[in-house]
Design a protein around this ligand. Structure first.
Ligand SMILES: [Zn+2]
Length: 87
């Protein structure tokens, strides 16, 4: 079973049982707009950008360049827009 360790120490599995409770699929509005009417869910499933959300720390690991490349890490900022000011 493939897995990685989040920056908080939590192991996140990337294979094994489906559905994976920590896996998300991302679509831009433009990508999603290419679909209409009846949609093949397998096609839609494969088209989404794969992401994993750590169940403990909420960090997001997004595979923007494909699942065979290194994911980009996103850190949650408590407080949203007011949580950290732009430099
Ligand atoms: Zn974590």
């Amino acid at each position: 079973m493939a897995k990685f360790v989040c920056v908080c120490g939590t192991e996140i599995r990337t294979s094994g049982d489906i559905p994976n409770e920590n896996e998300w699929k991302l679509f831009s509005d433009v990508e999603f707009d290419q679909y209409s009417g009846q949609v093949d869910v397998e096609k839609l499933y494969l088209a989404g950008t794969i992401a994993f959300r750590c169940p403990v720390s909420d960090h997001l690991w997004i595979y923007w360049d494909g699942f065979d490349k290194t994911p980009q890490l996103y850190e949650p900022i408590p407080g949203g827009e007011g949580g950290r000011q732009a430099p």
